[in-house]
Design a binder for this molecule. Sequence first.
Ligand code: 5GP
Length: 206
Amino acid sequence: MNNKEKGKLYVISAPSGAGKSSLISYITQSFDNVELSISATTRSPRAGEENGKHYFFMTNDEFNSLKKDKQAFIENAEVHDHQYGTPRSYIEYRVNHGINIILDIDVQGFKQIQRAGIENTSIFIVPPSMAELKSRLVKRGLDSKEVIDKRLDNAINELEHAKDFDYKILNDDFDSACKALSAIIIDGDVTSQDDNNEKILRDLLS
Ligand code: 5GP
């Protein structure tokens, strides 16, 4: 297989509750040849989550021992008090076999990938407002109040890094956001909404 047939890497980040997982599911279910990477994490599985499907769930000791091998993860970070990492062998195997891979990772992981000079297209999902973000986190009922508060605090920090991404997609309407994401991943298009999304980002941070 030559280089031309290699898969591409897409980094997608967003604050918790911005709707990133639903958007990614739409893409992986609608198009062949685009897969979501499976990360390792020390977080406990939520109801319905399966080891090897949603994450590779492991203890802190297991994660730390993997981390000692500097090649094990292409990036790793502590997010909301738990460790997360992208397994290098998993990504390399798929990209070398022509599969396009989406990395659903936080901004710290994105920065590490940038620093390592790994070629990628990066997309930040922007929530319509902080109030909407909170309401989505409460409605999905997955996390305690303490966890939700921590995730909202972290959201501000994540939003401050949105400017470093190649594309920003506003998720105020699911269908439009799906279209914008497909245009980038499937058609390699530049979204025309970017200027408007910059303004929404500034408002969110003000
Ligand atoms: P959750 O616990 O809700 O599944 O994910 C929490 C956060 O961790 C999300 O922002 C998600 O993007 C991020 N995350 C998941 N896997 C990884 C990973 O492998 N590396 C990094 N840096 N962040 C990750």
